[in-house]
Design a binder for this molecule. Structure first.
Ligand SMILES: Nc1ncnc2c1ncn2[C@@H]1O[C@H](COP(=O)(O)OP(=O)(O)OP(=O)(O)O)[C@@H](O)[C@H]1O
Ligand SMILES: [Mg+2]
Length: 508
């Protein structure tokens, strides 16, 4: 009987937060060894659903049944004990200890005298990783691993705890396509062992690679559940946003100006990057492509003055920025939306309004004195509408918004300053398809208005669809700058991994 195969059922789950109905009568089931994808726009309720399943939140109504038995969770520990393991987007690994210690954290094998049995722990970790074909050394420090590798450690850790269900909330948001393929190979091994996987992602293509069924949430309600063979990407998008959204990148025929706005000469930071030289024109969108960890974010932090540099210079409109600080860069018209929005781009404990107008205040106050509350409200309201930020009010604390909506606030905050140069580090990471298109359109509009934009992205289609030119960074050096006609996935990928297919080095 099909019933008997269901390992998990969530029945009629509802959950409200002040002013927000996050989930309304949502039901789902999961079979043993199945991969269920959960998709939906930013704020649709995906993370809330899995937080209920992993014991972080309790539902207002409804019940969870695990192997036919009603499941009552008093907290995340309960969920783990019952075999429900969750891997969140932000890693929960302890950075300064080894892979093996992380896998067995809190339950290290002990020898006589209750001392940790290191040999056994290393051997067990090796065995678990081997069974999943994860090629990492159990003795390596986690801090020495890339984010993709750290994710594999998380998978090994979850799997080693006799997981019945492993939940992954946007596991591929910050890793490359190759790393994602590798992760999928490992997921296939997990499900062959009978473990089930719930998989949340905004990359819809992945769903067809890895999932058996896909559930679409919209505004906290289930819109559809279908087998991946019975649906299509277009249909999923339609269910997600309630309309068709058309070509993602729109028209690519637009021009950048001749004037050089920003010039970077031989910028270097010892051991991180060196010899970074390029110029950015008025109204240009210059891409920065490369593998995760190649040093792109570090270079941007150097330009913006978040990190010190050891050599080289940055010129804005022909003038040296000098030893700049973020505040100085901002005053001169450079704005930066960092990749790590949670830590750097927004203030979690401030309201949506305060976050959006924060930088503006810094900039405007010094020149014109006070900004009126009405103006502040108007501006915040405009961005909330323009970006479709899902929030009950402008007073909502940013920490209560869904991940993607936090990202939109981070963008709005930078745009409110009317920058001349805008540096965007993975601006659509974690953003749903509908909002992604809005953000792309907005970036192009800004460029058309003369704003010069640096776009760091790990998504090749985004670089190709958006940029006039794109630099490829590999191991802290600038391999090459490709012109519009040369922007192909093959060229960018080959340069990123170091297989140059002929052609000469050219900096622009
Ligand atoms: N702790 C909280 N307090 C108040 N509101 C919350 C809280 N957690 C979530 N919400 C709200 O519940 C709704 C659903 O949020 P959730 O995080 O589940 O969305 P999501 O589908 O995971 O979105 P994303 O794709 O952006 O991660 C959103 O409107 C969000 O602002
Ligand atoms: Mg989420």
């Amino acid at each position: 009987m099909a019933e008997a195969e269901q390992i998990l059922e969530m029945l009629h789950i509802s959950k409200s937060f002040p002013g927000v109905k996050a989930l309304e009568d949502v039901s789902m089931s999961l079979a043993a060894g199945e991969v269920l994808a959960v998709v939906g726009e930013n704020g649709a309720g995906k993370s809330t659903l899995i937080k209920i399943l992993s014991g972080v939140y309790s539902a207002d109504a409804g019940e969870i049944r695990l192997q036919g038995e009603r499941l009552l969770l008093r907290g995340p520990k309960d969920a783990i004990e019952r075999g429900i393991n969750t891997i969140y987007q932000e890693t929960s690994l302890v950075q300064d200890i080894t892979v093996a210690e992380n896998i067995f954290l809190g339950r290290q094998p002990t020898a006589a005298g209750r001392r940790i049995d290191w040999k056994r722990m290393i051997e067990s970790a090796r065995g678990i990783m081997k069974s999943l074909s994860i090629h990492l050394s159990p003795g390596a420090l986690v801090s020495s691993l890339s984010s993709a590798q750290q994710q594999l450690v998380e998978v090994a850790k979850a799997f080693s705890r006799d997981a019945k269900i492993i939940i992954m909330d946007e596991p591929t948001a910050s890793i490359t396509v190759e790393d994602a393929d590798n992760l999928f190979g490992i997921i296939r091994k997990i499900i062959r062992a009978g473990t089930s996987v719930i998989y949340i992602s905004h990359r819809l293509k992945e769903i067809f690679q890895i999932a058996d069924r896909v559930m679409v949430l919209r505004d906290g309600k289930t819109v559809s559940v279908s087998g991946v063979k019975e649906t299509s990407e277009g249909e999923i998008v339609k269910h997600m946003v309630g309309r068709e959204i058309g070509n993602l990148f729109g028209d690519a025929s637009y021009q950048s100006g001749e004037n050089v706005v920003l010039e970077v000469r031989d910028l270097a930071r010892t051991g991180v990057y060196r010899g970074i030289s390029f110029s950015l024109h008025e109204g240009e969108i210059l891409g920065f492509s490369g593998l995760v960890g190649a040093g792109r974010s570090e270079i941007m932090r150097g330009i913006f003055g978040l990190d010190p540099v050891d050599g080289g210079e940055v010129l804005l409109g022909g003038q040296r920025l000098g030893r700049s600080s973020p505040a100085a860069a901002l005053k001169k018209g450079i704005a930066f939306v960092s990749e790590d929005r949670r830590l750097e781009s927004i203030i979690q404990g401030f309201s949506v309004r305060a976050n959006i107008t924060l930088l503006l205040l810094v900039r405007v106050l010094t020149r014109f004195g006070l900004i009126s509350a009405r103006k502040e409200n108007g501006l915040a309201a405009r961005y909330v509408t323009e970006f479709n930020v899902k929030t009950p009010s402008l007073d909502q604390l940013v920490m209560n918004l869904s991940g993607g909506n936090q990202q939109k606030v981070a963008l709005a905050k930078c745009l409110s300053t009317n920058p001349r140069v805008l540096i965007l580090d993975e601006p659509t990471k974690g953003i749903d398809v509908g909002a992604k298109k809005e953000i792309h359109t907005l970036i192009k509009e800004l460029a058309n208005r003369g704003v010069s934009i640096i776009l760091v992205s790990s998504e090749l289609p985004e670089i190709i669809g958006m940029c006039h030119r794109a630099a490829v960074i590999r191991e802290g050096t600038m391999v090459r700058v490709f012109g519009k006609g040369e922007l192909t996935e093959e060229n960018l990928m080959a340069a990123a991994v170091g297989h140059m297919a002929g052609g000469s080095k050219r900096n622009g």
